[in-house]
Write a protein that binds this ligand. Sequence first.
Ligand code: ADP
Ligand code: MG
Length: 308
Amino acid sequence: MSVVAVLKGGRSLERQVSLQSGARVEDALERLGHEVHGIDVDHDLVRRLRELAPDVAFVALHGRDGEDGTVQELLEVLGIPYTGSGVSACVRASDKVLAKHEMRDAGIPTPDSLSFNETAFKELGAADALGAIEERLGFPLVVKPADQGSALGIKFAAAAAEVPAALVAAFSYSTKVLLERHVAGHDLAVSVLDGVALPIVEAVPVDGQAYDFTARYTIGRTDFVCPADLPDDVTARAQELAVRTHELLGCRGFSRVDLMRDHATGELWVLEVNAIPGLTDTSLLPQAADAAGIGFDELVGRILALAG
Ligand SMILES: Nc1ncnc2c1ncn2[C@@H]1O[C@H](COP(=O)(O)OP(=O)(O)O)[C@@H](O)[C@H]1O
Ligand SMILES: [Mg+2]
């Protein structure tokens, strides 16, 4: 039996998702016999952790602060072991631009992209380069903030006229944005647990709706197929890419790698790594674990055992 602090909520845009993940994790940890203390992460986080002095912290936070290394850094300073990836992997995974550079350097296929910060637009005239960028990436192209999750701020621009508004939207979420080549195909999510890829979840939007924030957390608007109905060689390749990317970024314990499979060519492209994937009842990692015969309580128990 351990004293476990479950860190949840926080002030990120993914607060509600994190509260759901955290509540489920708390229930599972209680069933596993631990002494569980839920902490809604706030200004008094350090004080509360010092008071509680838990054996381990289960980090059920998503997005800014919780998934980007900030909270992990505090836990390191306090000497409290915690679940999931360490500071450096969180920093790399939460910055899509950084992660994509690492992938490209390591030969992991990721869609061609360019990125700019606000300064480039405000002070360096980057807007004048948009035409050349669009020519290189083609249409439609994808505009996304460098450091958000849950499809927040992501827009598809079908033509040049739509790019400025998409950039404004992305800049409202982050000071750095990414323009990325669009992949026409389906999302594949490959979760990695203890260095091993779990069965693939394929996310197919119902009625061709965009795979946006609402669809992702509303049951019935997205069909999740797990294990994905893919040829064996594609499954093996996607799982191999996921494990390689997880290792490349130095992730620990678990992660979820998001890929896309091009309908026309069958090519696989890695989009990003989620250092702390969702653990809600519609989340993809628990579904993948379930398909591998690992129930939610066992999953939580294993994630806890991998804390460091
Ligand atoms: N280059 C792309 N081509 C086509 N669809 C994309 C592309 N990038 C993102 N998407 C869509 O947007 C979703 C979210 O993008 P992702 O990069 O995984 O960011 P996040 O999940 O952190 O919001 C993807 O799951 C996919 O459906
Ligand atoms: Mg994603």
